[in-house]
Write a protein that binds this ligand. Structure first.
Ligand SMILES: [Zn+2]
Length: 523
């Protein structure tokens, strides 16, 4: 998936608060007085982005004369991670490296560890935080690398598609020199990029490039580079880097699969450089092989003495997820005969959580899919959601996570010891390589489920993050699907039907298939 990357300097902010001018507050107070704070649905909002391949129309609500959009809808449409705490009525939105927390009935928004304020409160409706679209866009544009626009008259919301095609530069000091990464949304040919060193300045001139000089000049210098300047000429963009010392050699490397290119400035000779190069090349090949999908582990949750959740009419989670897991495996074997399918259980037996990912690691699986059903003390909640593991220390365990993690209570004491002293954050970070892929897989699976389950009236709760024990030990991309609430009378009835179970297995399969196609395309 292509995402624009912008490098922006945040150092120019003098205050950690997003200050609202008095006149804006006065205007809003007038509007509040005039229209009141009733939350009413009013047509649809159209989401569109060509680069992210998004085109969807979603419900729009109005409160205090301002348009509101559901964060669940937004995150799902744009494939961003979202974690919602229903008790606290707050949602954390994950945009690549940033995390933004929105709380219902609150004007404060937390951007990573910084507090911001918007002029209007967020709203809570249908288990989701609804945000005032215009102020939401303000925050995204000011603080994140993504630039969105909202046309309130036409109710059009989308990613800003500018003609800027060099979106960012990153400079990194390496052991033997300095590496400059240039992020582009267009693929430049080698002959269009000219490197030149004159008077201790390195100039990279790119023909056909369009830049935003202000944002590129604000790039943080590092390594042997002390200053960065960017100029836009008619047909060419020029990036200039002031060098602290002499450069022994320079090398231009174009990404094989992406649009980015890199300039390697070497300041130190390396002994046996060729040998090293060969070693790195081999390692890279090995790395790439890891992502080719040839073995999938399917994990039916719970089993044996651990029944999992108990449904409205006493159906057991373990008995619903097993046929779905087996059906999923069958579809994979039919439609992708080259792929090896391994089940953590094929029968009603108990398997400790740690052992489930160990099975996957031992067979060298490239995907781990854990299938569960949800439940709640309230009979009301319904819908399905897909989780990927979180490396974020601020992600709190939700009810769902606590419920699934509580399976360890059925384990023998020597098994339980395996979780003691495990630093969850560290373990999750070790799989940070997998997290991006897991997030992508989760989006594809959730969207494919949506296509299958919309027709029978089941609702999508989106893609979420959570610290699940069953996922944390996995060394491959992994997800956990909560296929619906068996505590809900209607949904339990649906989930007991074989036709629904098959729809779910097919939905998960379609997601895996899309993921496989995308990932392997890049190898
Ligand atoms: Zn479960």
């Amino acid at each position: 998936m292509l995402r624009r990357r912008f490098i922006r300097s945040l150092t120019s902010f003098t205050s950690s608060f997003f200050l609202i001018p008095q006149n804006v507050f006065a205007k809003i107070s007038q509007q509040v007085a005039r229209s009141g704070g009733k939350f009413t649905f009013s047509g649809r909002i159209h989401l569109k982005s060509e680069s992210l391949r998004v085109e969807e129309s979603l419900p729009l609500a109005v409160k205090w004369s301002h348009d509101f959009m559901s964060l669940e809808d937004f995150a799902q449409a744009f494939h961003f991670g979202l974690y919602t705490n229903e008790q606290k009525r707050k949602s954390v939105l994950y945009l690549e490296k940033d995390r933004i927390t929105f709380t219902a009935d609150n004007t404060f928004v937390k951007f990573n560890d910084q507090m911001l304020q918007i002029p209007l409160e967020c709203h809570w409706y249908d288990d989701s935080v609804w945000v005032p679209v215009a102020y939401f866009v303000d925050i995204l544009n000011k603080y994140t690398p993504f630039q969105f626009r909202y046309n309130a008259d036409r109710k059009e919301f989308g990613l800003e598609e500018t003609d800027v095609n060099i979106t960012g530069v990153r400079i990194a000091a390496k052991e033997n020199g300095t590496l400059i990464d240039v992020f582009a949304t267009k693929r430049f040919k080698e002959k269009e990029i000219i490197l030149d060193i004159r008077n201790r300045w390195l100039h990279i001139d790119v023909y056909g490039a369009k830049i935003d000089p202000a944002s590129l000049s604000a790039v943080q210098p590092s390594g042997i580079i002390s200053e960065v300047k960017a100029f836009q000429m008619a047909e060419t963009a020029s990036l200039s880097f002031k060098l602290k010392k002499e450069v022994l050699s320079r090398e231009l490397v174009l990404d094989k699969t992406g649009n980015d290119f890199h300039v390697n400035l070497r300041t130190k000779e390396i002994i046996a450089e060729n040998k090293e190069h060969e070693k790195i090349k081999n390692e890279l090949e090995e790395q790439k092989k890891r992502w080719i999908i040839d073995t999938i582990v399917i994990d039916a949750g719970h089993g044996g003495k651990d029944p999992g959740a108990i449904g409205y009419s006493k159906v057991k989670e373990k008995d619903l997820v097993l046929p779905m897991a087996l059906a999923l495996g069958k579809i994979i074997q039919q439609k992708m005969p080259g792929i090896k399918v391994v089940y953590t259980r094929k029968r009603d037996v108990f398997i400790p959580l740690w052992k489930r990912t160990k099975i996957a690691n031992d067979v060298g699986a490239n995907l781990f899919i854990s299938i569960h059903c949800n439940s709640n003390v309230s009979r009301r909640p319904n819908g399905y959601e897909t989780y990927f593991v979180s490396a974020d220390k601020n992600t709190k365990a939700t009810d769902v996570v606590l419920k699934e993690n509580s399976a360890i209570e059925f384990e023998e004491s020597q098994d339980r010891k395996k979780y003691e002293g495990v630093n969850f954050i560290l373990a999750a970070m070790l799989q940070s390589d997998n997290i991006r892929r897991s997030q992508f897989l989760a989006s594809e699976v959730q969207n494919s489920l949506k296509l299958k389950l919309k027709k029978i009236g089941m609702t999508s709760r989106g893609v979420k993050q959570g610290p699940f024990w069953v996922l944390v030990g996995a060394t491959m991309p992994n997800i956990l699907v909560e296929c619906g609430y068996i505590s809900n009378k209607h949904e339990e009835k649906l989930l007991r039907k074989q036709t629904t179970q098959n729809k779910i297995s097919e939905g998960i399969f379609n997601g895996i298939q899309k993921y496989k196609k995308e990932v392997e395309k890049a190898i």
